[in-house]
Design a protein around this ligand. Structure first.
Ligand SMILES: Nc1ncnc2c1ncn2[C@@H]1O[C@H](COP(=O)(O)OP(=O)(O)OP(=O)(O)O)[C@@H](O)[C@H]1O
Length: 267
């Protein structure tokens, strides 16, 4: 069975989000298929982060339905909330690590919350495993976030997002602020983990290289909704001014050419 024939892992219908007079989303629909990396793109302020927050329940939308992992994403029922929390990992744009806790302690936060019965020694081992999985050296475990580089902090945030072995991972601009080598390494890590652990990844990005390198499909946010979703090859041919400027502007062309060169060398 291919990913496209499976029930969506996230289904958003008729979403509306409004702040005062400002309507950010109106009649927004989106399906995310299990096992895919979907890249969510759109101009600054188009509502990518608000969409993420609406899906994971950090914001109650003004209208619409959100289904996540088989439950109503808008439900306030404790069991539904725990189901979503237990099965999703989120890497926020700024990492959102607790600055007074070590990396290991940060990773242990969700573990302690959902598995308070686990002994300290096992919590430590699990945190170490996640830190290694995120590509950090073991000694990062005892460091404070402020003692790490930006790229390492992202990886620490990823380690925490993976703490509960969630099948669904949300990444909000994971490569923002990283140098090109660090960004490419993070893309590679995301793809490797997604394949090895069978994850579904909802990835907000401005990074064209990331889209070309690892996304199975791309969803474009514009005009308060998802105006298109599909493989990049389809999206970049769309006759829409923002899409044309984004994908066929100088940076878009450079990313596409760079990706083609990598594919040709590989083949
Ligand atoms: N809590 C809030 N109160 C008022 N306005 C908000 C709030 N959260 C978001 N907005 C507004 O909603 C719009 C969409 O914000 P959002 O952060 O989702 O954009 P984005 O597409 O992620 O942008 P960027 O690419 O710049 O990160 C923005 O105009 C923002 O100012």
């Amino acid at each position: 069975m291919t990913a496209s024939t499976l029930e969506p892992i996230i289904q958003v219908r008729g979403l509306r989000n409004q702040f005062g007079e400002q309507v950010v989303h109106d009649k927004l629909d989106l399906d995310v298929r299990p096992g895919e990396i979907i890249g969510v793109v759109g101009g600054s302020g188009s509502g990518k982060s608000v969409l993420l927050r609406s899906i994971i329940g950090l914001r109650d939308p003004d209208a619409g339905d959100v289904q996540v992992l088989g439950v109503d994403g808008r439900s306030r029922d404790d069991e539904d909330r725990r189901h979503i929390e237990r099965n999703t990992g989120v890497l926020f744009q700024d990492g959102a690590l607790f600055s007074s806790l070590t990396v290991g302690e940060n990773v242990q936060v969700p573990l302690k919350e959902h598995h308070p019965e686990l002994p300290e020694s096992l919590l430590y081992e699990l945190a170490l495993l996640k830190v290694k999985l995120a590509g950090l050296p073991p000694d990062a475990l005892d460091k404070l976030p402020s003692q790490l580089s930006g790229g390492m902090r992202k990886r620490a945030g990823l380690a925490r997002a993976l703490a509960l072995d969630p099948p669904l991972l949300f990444l909000d601009e994971p490569t923002a602020g990283l140098d090109p080598i660090g960004a490419a390494a993070f893309d590679h890590l995301t793809r490797t983990l997604q394949q090895a652990l069978g994850l579904t990844v909802f990835l907000i990005t401005h990074d064209l290289d990331t889209l070309y390198a690892i996304c199975d499909r791309v969803a474009v946010l514009a005009e308060k909704r998802v105006i298109a979703v599909g493989p990049l090859a389809e999206i970049e041919r769309m006759d829409h001014p923002w899409v044309q400027e984004y994908f066929n502007g100088p940076r878009g062309r450079a990313a596409r050419d760079g990706h083609r060169r990598i594919v040709e060398t590989r083949d």
